[in-house]
Design a protein around this ligand. Structure first.
Ligand code: URA
Length: 282
């Protein structure tokens, strides 16, 4: 079954509800769309996206005195992430595409981090270890974090797509970037992670993450150095660590480093003279 806007919207609304959101500001267009879906469901039309069971019939009047049991709403960051991880494990919008592998790789790091990094999708090693950025690109990312004076445990590391994109029989240890459809299918999960973590800065590692969070297909070269927001949280864009594995030129390392200096400034981190001068030609 293809992932529809309706399915994704319902998942987002359900997550918001679970997180305790009870009111939403909607523009006329969104209201119109939701009204249409509601009418369709009432008429018995296609309800394929409504995975939740129908609500039970109201109890007889005599029983209505006792309060309904309170819904369990995750109220700590850890509980919200546990809830999301469990939902992601069987995330139908993604798994029903049939183009992603079935092992879910969620995120790693500090739920209270001020810095959230978002990559592309798990690769061979990430799938094996069920942890983002543990292969070569991950080691490069660790180097960048170390240069910033940070450890993996200080930040929150996630991916825009939670499943390794499938390549069928050609797979082996090969990886491919997720398609727009695959990104869209996982997007409600990443958006909910952002609302749980409430980071002071999100860094998109590469164009795929930027496409998801910013909806922009522009090149990383044209997005870096600019200020963006996602759900009200500041976003910066830089090259994916694997770009630096392919291109080790000092100029490219400096470009990424300048992006990270900007992130450090945004986070109010001290920048030493030594750090300021990393990757400058001597
Ligand atoms: N590349 C990514 O974008 N994410 C990973 O987790 C690993 C490699």
């Amino acid at each position: 079954m293809p992932t529809t806007l309706k399915q994704c919207s319902i998942e987002v609304l359900r997550n918001l509800l679970q997180e305790g959101t009870r009111t939403l500001a909607l523009d006329d267009e969104a209201r119109g769309i939701l009204r249409g879906w509601m009418l369709q469901a009432r008429r018995g039309g296609s309800a394929e996206a409504l995975h939740a069971p129908a609500p039970p019939a109201p109890p007889p009047v005599a029983q209505r005195q006792s309060p309904a049991p309170a819904a369990v709403v995750p109220d700590t960051v850890e509980a919200k992430l546990d809830y999301l991880r469990a939902r992601a494990e069987h995330w139908r919008p993604a798994l029903s595409l049939g183009s992603l592998r079935s092992t879910m790789v969620f995120a790693v790091g500090n739920p209270h981090a001020r810095l959230m990094l978002v990559g592309e999708a798990p690769g061979y090693e990430e799938e094996q270890q069920r942890e983002p950025f543990v292969g070569r690109a991950g080691r490069k990312l660790n180097e960048i974090l170390r240069a910033m004076g940070l450890r993996r445990e200080d930040v929150y590391i996630s991916n825009i797509c939670k499943f390794r994109p499938s390549m069928g029989e050609r797979q082996g240890t090969s990886n491919r970037p997720p398609t727009e459809e695959e990104i869209a299918a996982c997007l409600p999960l990443v958006m909910a992670e952002i609302r749980a973590i409430r980071p002071a800065c999100i860094v998109c590692l590469g164009g795929t993450a930027a496409k998801g969070l910013l909806g922009s297909g522009a090149s990383v070269g044209s997005l870096r150095g600019r200020e963006f927001f996602c759900q009200g949280f500041p976003v910066r864009v830089t090259y994916h660590p694997s770009y630096l594995l392919r291109n080790e030129a000092l100029s490219e390392r400096r470009r990424v480093w300048e992006d990270m200096l900007g992130v450090m400034r945004l986070l109010g981190m001290p920048v030493s003279v030594k750090q300021q001068n990393y990757f400058l030609p001597s």
